[in-house]
Design a protein. Structure first.
Length: 279
């Protein structure tokens, strides 16, 4: 059972964890976060996520109040204190307590541990649907806490029976609210946006293993290409790799998860096991 959170370096019983109301994360929705999973007691792809926290902080002009090494130790201390072998870790860096309610000051650093989400096997075996939406995130390279569009669209997404919302603009596809998006062309070439997106860590690992087996194009796939795509899938820290078989009214391929997607999922599972065995 998860008992503790970490607030500015102090372990606090989770029921007592709090944040002052003058923090810019509350006043203006200004801050960043990152999220990764713990497997067999180990943070998965740990260094990549720590590096992304630093990058996001620079993008948003937020100063990380401790070194990356100290952040690593605070996270590990929380994992040890809670003793969970399987978990999710969320690191939040806020805009800080702003005297004028607008200008960032010393950030508050919050580290939360929580049970990892569990997805039904059917989503991997049958694939999922996405709902398209014309939108491109502001500062997509930074993992901001601002999810106003995705959360606002939740009722519409749920009514559509969609797993997530797929952002596109001017006919080009970027990403979903919480995942990177890929299509597989008829010749098995993998296409995924290379700019204007959050560069997911799972995306990075997928491209590293996939390049030994498939041609890869890092460019924004188009809505027109969806109509002729052989397969599609999304990647994220919690889903790893999940097949997509429909976007709005467009059926992808034959409407079932394809062989390339299945192969890549097995490669990613092997990459996870390889990482855990050497760390």
């Amino acid at each position: 059972m998860i008992k503790f959170y970490s607030i500015n370096g102090e372990l606090v019983p989770k029921e007592q964890a709090s944040l002052g109301v003058t923090d810019l994360s509350i006043q203006r929705g200004y801050g960043l976060f990152d999220y990764f999973v713990v497997k067999k007691g180990q943070p998965l792809f740990f260094e990549d996520y720590l590096d992304r926290v630093e990058r996001s902080a620079k993008w948003l002009h937020l100063e990380l109040p401790i070194t990356k090494e100290e952040l690593r130790e605070q996270i590990l201390r929380l994992i040890r204190a809670n003793g969970e072998q399987e978990a999710g870790i969320k690191v939040i860096l806020t805009g800080g307590y702003a005297a004028d309610g607008y200008s960032p000051e010393r950030s508050n650093l919050i580290i939360l541990e929580m049970p990892p989400p569990v997805y039904p096997k059917s989503k991997f075996e049958q694939g999922v649907k996405l709902m398209g939406y014309d939108y491109h995130r502001t500062f997509p390279s930074a993992k901001s806490i601002n999810y106003i569009v995705g959360i606002y669209l939740l009722p519409q997404q749920q009514a559509a029976g969609a797993e997530d919302v797929l952002f596109h603009s001017n006919g080009e596809i970027y990403e979903t609210t919480r995942a990177n998006f890929f299509i597989v062309k008829q010749d098995d070439t993998i296409v995924t946006a290379g700019e204007g997106i959050l560069h997911g860590i799972t995306r990075k690992k997928l491209l590293e293993v996939a390049k030994h087996h498939y041609a890869i194009e890092e460019r924004k796939p188009t809505l027109e290409e969806l109509k002729t795509a052989k397969e599609a899938f999304i990647t994220s820290s919690t889903r790893l790799l999940m097949p997509v078989v429909q976007v709005d009214d467009v059926t992808i391929g034959d409407g079932k998860p394809g062989s390339v997607t299945s192969h890549l999922l097995e490669l990613m599972k092997a990459e996870v096991e390889r990482y855990l065995s050497v760390n």
